[in-house]
Design a protein around this ligand. Structure first.
Ligand SMILES: Nc1ncnc2c1ncn2[C@@H]1O[C@H](COP(=O)(O)OP(=O)(O)OP(=O)(O)O)[C@@H](O)[C@H]1O
Length: 245
């Protein structure tokens, strides 16, 4: 069974089409990279699939649940939003325990799950520090841990490495790869960093102005574009037809 089944999904804002008849599927353990220039529709796609926004057209299912069953989908997914806010006065441990309790875990379960996740994202030694003292990379890793408290089948990460230095990016990427490998979860990851995609994604979707321009493995996309590398492929696919070029 597919973890994600997306069929001609569209979102319009007035006359502007943010996502235009997008179709793709993903299986358990896939790490799907959502790529595209600013305004391509990446965040809108994630918001549609996480039931924050309602589609203007098309349909989808997440973990086998049809897109109109908002609550059932939310129970099965984890999300790191584009700009997540954190309660700076809480410690990482308090924040995760609280988040786990919101999903209905008993106090002792919430404590166990939180400690395990803090270890998984490499934050055990800072679990008792206030979040306000965390670096950006540590916050992103805490956000990823937060997205896993309900043991989701599909995890959506909107630009998880944004603003991180190379070491921070690497730590987040390793964490994301481990999520897919050890939990068998499907990960959808939006990013502007092509090396990130080449390192961990099992397949890519290249969006431009809401449309899917290419999909498949890195080599499929490079072959579609007829270039030698991913960054040339990305530029050649997405620059075409831009009025200022
Ligand atoms: N609430 C909204 N109202 C009107 N237009 C919107 C709204 N949200 C997004 N859009 C438009 O939809 C299009 C896609 O935006 P989206 O944020 O999904 O792109 P993105 O690929 O995530 O971009 P970025 O890389 O800059 O984060 C853009 O043209 C944007 O201006």
């Amino acid at each position: 069974m597919s973890s994600l089944e997306v069929v001609r999904l569209s979102k319009r804002y007035g006359a502007r089409t943010a996502v235009d008849e997008l179709s793709f599927t993903a299986r358990q353990g896939d790490i799907i990279g959502l790529l595209g220039p600013n305004g391509a529709g990446k965040t809108t796609t994630i918001r549609l699939l996480t039931t924050i926004l309602r589609p203007s057209g098309g349909s989808f299912s997440v973990a086998g649940v049809p897109g109109d069953r908002q609550r059932a989908i939310r129970e099965r997914i984890g999300v790191l939003p584009e700009s997540a806010g954190y309660p700076g006065r809480q410690t990482g441990r308090e924040y995760l325990r609280y988040s786990a309790r919101l999903f209905g875990l008993r106090r002792s379960e919430a404590a166990t799950v939180s400690d395990r996740l803090l270890a998984d994202v490499g934050l055990s030694d800072r679990a008792g520090s206030r979040i306000s003292t965390y670096s950006r990379g540590m916050r992103q890793r805490l956000g990823i841990a937060r997205a896993l408290v309900n043991d989701p089948e599909v995890v959506f990460l909107d630009e998880p490495t944004l603003g991180l230095d190379p070491a921070g990016q690497r730590e987040v990427l390793v964490t994301v790869r481990d999520i897919a490998r050890t939990r068998g979860a499907t990960v959808v990851l939006s990013t502007h960093t092509l090396t990130e995609v080449e390192q961990i994604c099992t397949s890519l979707l290249i969006l431009h102005r809401g449309r899917l321009l290419a999909e498949g493995t890195v080599s499929d996309v490079v072959a579609t574009a007829g270039t030698t590398g991913l960054s040339d492929a990305f530029l050649s696919l997405t620059e075409e037809g831009q009025p200022w070029l």
